[in-house]
Write a new protein. Sequence first.
Length: 338
Amino acid sequence: MGEQYPTSYRYTTRIDPPHFDDIVWACVQVCSLFDPSSIISIEQLLRNGSPAAHTAGDIDPSSLRLLHGTEVVHPMPLEKVDSHTGSIARALAVLEFLDGSQRGWNISQLSRKLEVPKSTMHLILLTLERLGYVSREPDSRDYSLSVKVCELGRSLMKNVLMPDIALPHLEDLVRQVRLTAHLAILEHDQAMYVQKVDCPGFIKFDTYVGKRTNLHCTAVGKVLLAYSTESKRDRILAREPFARYTCHTITSAILLRKELVNVRQRGYAIDDEEEELEVRCVAVPVFRPTGEFVAALGVTGTVGQMRPDAIPRLASRMRETGQNIIRGSRRTVGQRSA
């Protein structure tokens, strides 16, 4: 361990398995004493002997060591690999993963899913928790997003024209059909809700502006996928098998491709208990006058509220709402230009 390590290439140092867990745990515990944004390398701990000798001021973040199995993997020099950028990317990957999940995840599960060392994942979650972006129940080890995450996109959404213009039209649609309405766009290969109006009554759905959801098992997702470019559609379909949420979920790329053909032929998509049992959704595409596809407009209700024989008539009413949104958008743009 006392030899000089080369700095011009990536290399590994073997640690005996019986001591590995102790070293990792010691690293995590020492890191927890300092600002979570500080990074202490295992090499520093081994070379200097006493972790107590370190202070937050003399820790070099660029010396982060990545742990894989029973090896300490030394990264390339800072001029070739920016460890700060890597840490930020990993933290954002955690937030995006939790945003796309319907349940909480513990450190070990997130470490395996995102292929991030367990000790590094511990520090990332510790930082995000202290900053208020993730949280966990007192008696649970599972992390999930906190409400603070919603605040990040709130100001951005206020600056986007379509959601504001769509709001009164969605409210009118909800008054007529008495179903929850959503407007969604394609964002990082997921459907993201940019506007929502709840239906009156006690039945509410766990959706909100800024939430992202799957493409393969939601009505708005199928519309976004069906009307996206062929190259983007092929790239997403190549990721099969898709996650199964109910016995009705389409998990095969072949079956989903056939479903998308049907969506384009009939002009609307259906989520028939595919993401959640007893819930049915319908969505239609929203086009600009030029024919450019811009968003998916969807309604959500229970299977009892939305009978299959009423769906074609409902879809026709939704298409009218989509056209009204676009007309409102054109008027608003014209007024602002004037």
